[in-house]
Ligand binder design. Sequence first.
Ligand code: PLP
Length: 373
Amino acid sequence: MFNVLSELEKFRAEDIPYSRVLSSMCTTPLPIALKAHELFIETNLGDPGIFAGTWKLEQKLIKMLGELLHNPNAKGYICSGGTEANIQAIRAARNVIRRERKIDRPNIVVPESAHFSFEKIGDILGVEVRRAKLDEEFKVDVASVESLVDENTVGIAGIAGTTELGQIDPIDELSKLALQLGVPLHVDAAFGGFVIPFMNKPYPFDFELEGVTSITIDPHKMGMATIPAGGILFRDEKFLNALIVETPYLTSRYQYTLTGTRPGTGVASAYAVLKHLGYKGMKQIVDECMRMTALLVEEMTSLGFEPVIEPVMNVVCFKTEKAEKIKEELYRRRWVISTIKNPRAIRLVVMPHVTEEVVKGFISELKSVLRSV
Ligand SMILES: Cc1ncc(COP(=O)(O)O)c(C=O)c1O
């Protein structure tokens, strides 16, 4: 008899396990997240009257995330990921500003280091995306941001945990600038949102800074929830309300989400992880990721590599002209890393699945690769 499950298993076996992946910002979900996911597998938050319990849970989770980000009154929802969260943040900012004043051709100012989701935003929302320069530490240059802002600017953005280098922009300075110019400030903490609050050194990046209007924070990255689970939070409900459309045939009267049908699994799994680990447990995981990052730096330095910047969080890049070759050869051996172009470097993301054993295995494979490239 034809067995579809064994067919599925064959496809799945072709995937590379996370234990050989040092390029992704996603990771193996915690076991408690998987249990929660299963329990909510058929839920649809697009119809909250039917899934009233799931909807209540989402409100609780948003409050928890708000508390983590210094604003228990923040409003938002759990979405498909950082891309959707960023789209919605900029869409809301554009709509709010457009209501307040006449805008001919809206633009936003983002760091050169911003994630490629901002390219999509420009295209989808019809806003011009202006890229501000970075300083020598790869943080956005606030003077460059200021110089790009004009009367058509509907928002500026800062990144708390850049995709390539894990750098944190000077969000406090951007916040001051945003208040001074009267423009919304979106903070993309898709990755850093579940790292920075647990780090030993404080980096102000969230709603404690008065100018911060919205924050992207993704449970399916360092929040160890199941995919898909992104998060978008607004300081002020008027931004969420600026996204509303009517939903005549559903159990709700209106919707502020981008997608219609949307899973409750991300809500349940993210909630389960946070409740299960608590602040202390999350901190232990972040501490361990930082310890593994330091170990990687030590091992890589002894192989002659130099980091592009001293790692700020659990992402680290090492300069090499052979970056592409190394990446390709590792991939042939079923190890996955990524590269950056400026400067040419290999990029390693040290997620919770990157244990000491993984680091040792990776370094040993890399040594062999270096002999062949
Ligand atoms: C800083 C940042 N923002 C946004 C995103 C996009 O997130 P997603 O892939 O969940 O849409 C990423 C992805 O890595 C990211 O690093």
